[in-house]
Design a protein around this ligand. Structure first.
Ligand code: GRF
Length: 211
């Protein structure tokens, strides 16, 4: 058993929140040595906020539109997000289905402290249509990646990946469902590795230290 204090996490979301749920469940059952301090969504009324509230976690909507036109409003919007995350003592920021590209203000507030989950085996198929792109390309193996966020889109150092087999009859829906299952596992495992001090960034490579 580790005597470390649980890692304080903030989660940025935009929608359904199944990855958030996996983290909340892991924190609750003790398999993830962390605590979700706050969940922030750039969209109001989304399921992810309900999931946080159901666990008694502060769930805050900060609609980016209320700061003006995107992307001109990004600095103002991000300053507000950073203020909320800092107020809640967040050490690690997890992007879990967050549909904006993170900008300078958030990046600078959490250097090497932001991770994202993506539904492909990066660097293949970055962007918002990962599963459809994988199917259209005809790959036989797809999967999920957790990586440290940097200014690029889906291009930061990779922490963990897990593969799934693409079957002949897979559709975007069936492949997405298959990948989502492994996303939950890869994301909670990555948070656990970080929370237990086992992750070391060496340039583009992330070294997983022995227990
Ligand atoms: C996931 O597929 C994640 O990889 C992508 O957006 C989706 C979010 O799903 N970035 P959920 O909101 O966690 O259910």
């Amino acid at each position: 058993m580790s005597s470390r204090a649980p890692l304080s996490i903030g989660v940025l979301v935009s929608g359904r929140g199944t990855n958030l749920q996996a983290i909340l469940d892991g924190c609750e059952d003790g398999s993830v040595p962390a605590e979700v301090k706050v969940v922030v969504s750039n969209r109001e009324g989304v399921k992810a906020l309900d999931r946080a509230a159901a666990r008694g976690v502060p769930a805050i909507a900060v609609p980016h539109q209320s700061f003006g036109k995107w992307p001109a409003c990004k600095p103002l919007y991000e300053k507000k997000i950073v203020e909320i995350l800092k107020d809640h003592g967040v050490q690690l920021l997890v992007l879990a289905g967050y549909d904006r590209l993170v900008g300078d203000d958030i990046l600078q507030a959490f250097p090497s402290g932001i991770i994202n989950i993506h539904p492909s085996l990066l660097p293949s198929f970055p962007g918002l249509r990962a599963q459809a792109d994988a199917l259209e390309y005809g790959v036989k193996v797809a999967g999920a990646t957790v990586f440290f966020v940097d200014p690029s889109m889906d291009g930061g150092p990779i922490i963990a990946q897990e593969a799934v087999t693409v079957n002949e009859d897979d559709t975007v829906m069936s492949l997405s469902a298959k990948i989502l299952k492994v996303e939950h596992r890869v994301l909670t495992r990555s948070v656990t590795l970080i929370a237990t001090g086992r992750v070391k960034i060496e340039g583009r490579r992330v070294r997983i230290l022995p227990q």
